[in-house]
Write a protein that binds this ligand. Structure first.
Ligand code: UDP
Length: 481
């Protein structure tokens, strides 16, 4: 077959957990829908959580498969519960990955930058496989981070809570030092900037041009080559894909859909802090009081982690709370994993109290659901500013302090009054709430158009495929020989 016309072979090497793994799997599926031969590289254990979706894609004729790596005897990733953080060491993948690439010589490899060793390891092969980096962030927070560490404005304030402006951005974006990760300040952003190593072929971004066009352009000005191809979660069109995304859901999806069907449009608040977000019992208690006082219906996802810490539920739920919520059908608590895409897309959901993880942010945007922003860690404070200050599709609860993802040391809780006020402000009728809702719906339309044939993300995916084809030399691909 002509080397320019045969489909491109793209390898995807997702990180081992959290909000990093899910979007790169979705992205591989999306590129397969564009005709690229997509291979997801992972371990047999990690494959379990997404192999059914891949099987369904294969059955519908998509060129996608999973390639598992054999790790050396006795070696494993410490954390395989989809809750690994960027600090999780994955360097045991190095040799098996290099061997695989050397044999297979795909047209490119898309790797998560959180495999901090991968860039050097892949380049060291010297076989010219284009490396495409996936950071899991949007353009806005990439630009914020680049300028934060270029200009270091946080050095010029006298306290952790004195606001400063991030210089040279398209909008006036204010931060406080308290909202930045300490380790990033200490190493001058070296770890975060690792992904802009400039030896890469470019980066793929889970975002769409219409969402943050000024920042997509600004990225170009900064010299970063990027293809915006999202929101990739929109590739999950079947209920089965939405329900089986990530971990096993902790609730029967039929019962939750029936409960949602019984509610008025836009009347339910969905609350989730992502795959690793952990809140101390004191904070959960404040949320519970606020929810009950607001009187609004809710679905509240409480991760399993604090239970495994041996916490007694009485410590964080007001007495009889759950029984009252169940009896009055006002609220549902999900302990563990929720079918987030399914819930957000239901017309009864009118608000999303979110920790502003980038996937959750985009999923809220795609579903047209206004947000209450409650960032905790990672780049979530940047995402909050995009949601609330730039796009104006959400309001801030007033979270001020960055914390380690699994920090069990109680910080200062956001009080119940603040939480209740934010819930009422978003969920009750007002001109402000109506305007936020209107903007959110408008963006959701644009998100859907972006991934449809002819949309900006669709075209970007095609452009990347064409660029990979164009750079092919006949001898570079084993399968063309
Ligand atoms: N998620 C889910 N059910 C849950 C919790 C999370 O489906 O109960 C999914 C969510 O839809 C999103 C991802 O997990 O795709 C979380 O990614 P995000 O970037 O929002 O946050 P992180 O977990 O990385 O902090």
């Amino acid at each position: 077959m002509d080397s320019k016309s045969s489909p491109v072979e793209m390898f995807f090497f997702p990180f081992v957990g959290g909000g990093h793994q899910l979007p790169l799997i979705d992205m591989a599926r999306m590129f397969a829908a564009h005709g690229a031969i997509s291979t997801i590289i992972t371990t047999p254990k990690h494959a379990l959580s997404f192999q059914n979706s891949i099987l369904r894609d294969q059955q519908s004729g998509r060129p996608i498969s999973i390639q598992t790596l054999q790790l050396p005897e006795g070696v494993d990733i410490v954390d395989t519960n989809l809750s690994a953080t960027i600090m999780t060491d994955t360097s045991m993948f190095q040799e098996p990955l290099k061997n695989l690439l050397f044999q297979a010589r795909p047209d490119c490899i898309v790797h998560d930058f959180a495999h901090l060793w991968a860039a050097d390891a892949i380049d060291s092969l010297g076989i010219g496989i284009p490396r495409i980096v996936f950071s899991g962030f949007g353009c806005f927070s990439d630009c914020v981070q680049q300028n934060l560490f270029k200009f270091q404005p946080y050095e010029k304030v006298s306290s952790d809570y004195e606001p400063f402006v991030v210089p040279d951005l398209p909008d006036r974006i204010e931060f406080t030092r308290s909202q930045l990760p300490i380790f990033l300040i200490n190493d001058g952003g070296q770890k975060a900037m690792h992904r802009f190593d400039k030896r890469y072929f470019g980066s793929v971004v889970n975002s769409f041009y219409e969402l943050e066009s000024a920042y997509a352009e600004y990225m170009k000005e900064l010299g970063n080559k990027a293809w915006l191809v999202g929101p990739v979660s929109l590739c999950n069109r079947d209920v089965a894909d939405k329900v089986e995304r990530g971990q096993k859901v902790s609730i029967d999806e039929q019962s939750i859909l029936e409960w949602l069907d019984s509610k008025e449009p836009h009347s339910v608040l969905y609350i989730s802090f992502g795959s690793v977000g952990w809140l101390p019992p004191e904070q959960l208690l404040e949320i519970a009081y606020a929810l009950e006082a607001s009187g609004h219906s809710f679905i509240w996802v409480v991760g399993k982690s604090f239970k495994s810490e041996g916490e007694n539920e009485e410590n964080w739920l007001p007495s009889g709370f759950e029984e009252r919520m169940e009896e009055s059908k006002i609220g549902i608590i999900i302990r563990g994993w929720a079918p987030q895409l399914l819930i957000l897309e239901h017309s009864a959901v009118g608000g999303f109290l979110t920790h502003c993880g980038w996937n959750s942010t985009l999923e809220g945007v795609s579903a047209g659901v206004p947000m209450i922003t409650w960032p905790l860690s990672a780049e979530q404070f940047s995402n909050e500013k995009l949601i609330a200050d730039v796009l104006k599709i959400g309001i801030k609860v007033g979270s001020m302090k960055w914390r380690e993802p699994r920090d069990t040391i109680p910080g200062e809780a956001v009080g119940r009054e603040k939480v209740e006020a934010a819930v009422r402000r978003l969920m009750e009728e007002s001109e402000e709430a109506a305007e936020i809702r209107r903007k959110a719906k408008e963006l959701a339309e644009k998100a859907k158009q972006a991934v449809e044939d002819g949309g900006s993300s669709y075209k970007n995916a095609e452009a990347l495929i064409q660029e990979l084809k164009a750079r092919r030399r006949p001898e570079t691909r084993a399968s063309d020989q």
